[in-house]
Design a protein around this ligand. Structure first.
Ligand code: SF4
Length: 114
């Protein structure tokens, strides 16, 4: 049996009202976008938000996903690329580097989803 790869996704809290995450789920299902290189079946273990501006709760959210088995944490494209509004998160570099510094030994970090 092929091993599965467990994924957690963190999205922008401010963008939630504009986007139900459809593209993230589609790319995950097709193993496309940032998920392309991952091996095995992809299994979504959680889909949460950053915790709101200025993103200081992101570590808690990332840890929550790790506690649920995430081996990979993907920041949804609304954060770094600003989709679908064309409005990237002004805090994305800090959020991603914080998670990478504190939890990067436990999970692979993907900076966008598609
Ligand atoms: S910190 Fe960034 S990702 Fe989080 S709600 Fe604010 S703009 Fe969105």
């Amino acid at each position: 049996m092929e091993k599965s790869c467990k994924i957690g996704i963190i999205r922008c809290s401010q963008t939630e009202d504009y986007c139900p995450g459809t593209a993230d789920f589609m790319f995950l299902k097709k193993k496309g976008g940032a998920f392309e290189h991952l091996e095995g079946d992809l299994e979504l273990v959680g889909f949460t938000n950053c915790g709101g501006c200025p993103g200081k709760r992101v570590l808690l959210k990332a840890q929550l996903l790790i506690n649920r088995g995430a081996e990979v944490i993907a920041f949804a494209s609304c954060i770094k690329k600003g989709t679908p509004l064309g409005y990237p998160c002004p805090f994305y570099e800090k959020m991603i580097s914080l998670v990478r510094e504190r939890l990067g030994d436990k999970v692979e970090i993907l900076e966008y989803t598609h």
